[in-house]
Design a protein around this ligand. Structure first.
Ligand code: F3S
Length: 105
């Protein structure tokens, strides 16, 4: 089991989640963060930190976000580790209330 970053993160990348992770499981892809499922210890520390509610446990993920389990697995193989929070995506204010963003990945 692991936690998963979902569609709401796309072009937001607030990164508040990163500082909460005790095992440095977050990876920074160009348009979203993902969680490496091989590293995540399922502690739930990151989930409440996200201002746009992008993070779910894989056991509770909404049906329309299930594909992000594979997206987190795939992108975490190549995206670099991120250890500390940074400034949000430059277009975060524009995209934070947009739900349909999968096509932007
Ligand atoms: Fe993304 Fe939320 Fe983290 S927007 S970078 S999952 S705080």
């Amino acid at each position: 089991m692991a936690y998963v970053v979902t569609e709401a993160c796309i072009k937001c990348k607030y990164t508040d989640c990163v500082d909460a992770c005790p095992v440095y499981a977050f990876r920074e892809a160009p348009d979203m963060l993902v969680i490496d499922p091989e590293i995540c210890i399922n502690c739930d520390a990151c989930e409440p930190m996200c201002p746009v509610d992008a993070i779910y446990g894989d056991f509770e993920i909404p049906a329309d976000q299930v594909e992000f389990i594979q997206i987190n697995e795939r992108l975490s193989r190549t995206a670099p580790e991120i250890e500390y929070s940074i400034d949000p995506h430059p277009e975060a204010e524009k995209y934070k209330n947009i739900k349909d963003k999968k096509h932007l990945l």
